[in-house]
Design a protein around this ligand. Structure first.
Ligand SMILES: [Zn+2]
Length: 413
């Protein structure tokens, strides 16, 4: 959820309890990870580390010494989450990229992408009760492609069950740290961003209703907390209107960086024809380095030339007279740590409205799919109530700062 929308909902009565919370709290804009996707953002948030230290650079990655795609999961997270480091029991519900769950001091119910219910709940003894509550790991977003009504009904049931599960665990478990994540908001904003902007939109009220229900849960949690508790509410990235999907593979192909054999399938397993660079979602650029990839063409010592060519290519990329790329980062600017080797060489952030995607099969630069909303890197929000010393919060906090903020407040209290 973006800072601006939360502020607006708080001030216009959609989220009255959140309004009350803000009035007693520090309320700031927060920056997401780069790239601003949930797997990277949450991995950074729960570990307090950057991707060079925790090893999660996106929803997809490549097997070593290959172009074969894989989907990193919780087993790939190379740094410990806070609940394995802090004293006392924790209840952790629905944090993305925590599947499959592992043994922990307390309760862990994994968030998306969770596949098998049995591997999503620790301890397993909670599974029957969660099933009784009709708990769902995630909303079925596929439904939105056939019927928005079915999708919204599923979204509602998922939220309701999540709230029931939190109430049950809050009351029945002994805990010191409790974390509850709502992920339906992300799906809602991807599919129906237009519904919040347009008051006459068929689903405008249903959109607001979802946030009213979340606000009720916020109100309950405020009531259940005491003045000694530290209470944090935040998003993992912001959101805005999606104007255009931009396929980053396309300019790479057009400018000879990405090459496939003619008449053969355009996929990453078929780029051994002089490819100098390729891209993984959302806009992570990898040089095809000798020694790192099976048919690398770029000598690591000569990487500067293609990197600066790519920078000028992306700096000058325009659609309808608008610059597409807001920021271009080299990996050393973003990441540090033992897994820097696995990092993309360059990461792009899109300008307002431009949703960057790799799409190796792209036959054009621009498209517009079913989504009407897209993530933003610089407009997440952070609310903290009960922090004894406000000066420990950075001017612009990022998702990887949150763990440290909590730790310094714990050590002072
Ligand atoms: Zn999303």
């Amino acid at each position: 959820m973006p800072f601006g929308m939360l502020k607006n909902f708080a001030e216009t009565g959609v989220m009255l309890n959140t309004h009350q919370l803000i009035s007693q709290s520090i309320f700031k804009k927060m920056h997401s990870s780069i790239p601003e996707v949930s797997s990277v953002a949450w991995s950074s948030l729960i570990t307090g580390k950057n991707p060079g230290q925790h090893g999660i650079f996106g929803f997809t990655d490549l097997f070593p010494d290959s172009y074969k795609m894989r989907f990193p999961n919780f087993n790939d997270l190379k740094a410990p989450p806070f609940w394995d480091q802090w004293q006392g029991k924790s209840v952790i519900i629905n944090v993305p990229s925590t599947y499959p769950v592992r043994e922990t001091n307390g309760v862990l119910i994994s968030g998306f992408v969770s596949i098998d219910f049995e591997k999503s709940v620790y301890p397993k003894s909670l599974i029957p009760q969660l099933k009784n509550l009709d708990y769902r790991l995630d909303v079925n977003s596929q439904k939105a492609h056939s019927s928005m009504e079915l999708f919204l009904a599923d979204l509602d049931k998922t939220l309701e069950a999540r709230i029931k599960a939190y109430r049950y665990l809050w009351q029945t478990q002994d805990w010191q740290t409790f974390m509850l994540v709502f992920t339906g908001t992300d799906r809602l904003m991807h599919f129906l961003w237009d519904a919040v902007e347009d008051k006459n939109h068929k689903y405008h009220n249903l959109f607001l209703e979802h946030f009213r229900k979340i606000d009720q849960a916020v109100g309950e949690i405020i009531d259940r907390s005491t003045d000694d508790d530290l209470l944090i509410m935040h998003s993992d990235h912001g959101f805005e209107k999606l104007e255009k999907d931009v396929y980053i593979s396309y300019p790479l192909i057009q400018n000879g960086f990405l090459r496939f054999k003619q008449d053969q399938d355009t996929n990453l397993n078929n780029i051994c024809y002089g490819t100098k660079a390729f891209v993984l979602d959302p806009a992570r650029i990898y040089l095809n380095l000798k020694g790192k990839f099976p048919c690398g063409t770029v000598e690591p010592a000569e990487a500067e030339e293609p990197l600066s060519q790519l920078e000028s290519l992306f700096h000058s990329l325009e659609i309808d007279g608008k610059k597409v790329i807001r920021d271009i980062y080299r990996k050393e600017q973003l990441y540090s740590g033992p897994y820097l080797e696995n990092a993309p060489d360059m990461v792009l952030i899109g300008n307002k409205g431009f949703n960057l995607k790799a799409n190796v099969k792209a036959k054009q630069l621009v498209d517009k799919g079913i989504f009407t909303g897209k993530h933003t890197q610089d407009t997440a929000f952070l609310i903290i109530k009960g922090l004894p010393d406000k000066s420990i919060i950075p001017e612009i906090p990022t998702v990887s700062d949150v763990k440290g903020i909590v730790e310094s407040s714990k050590s002072r209290s």
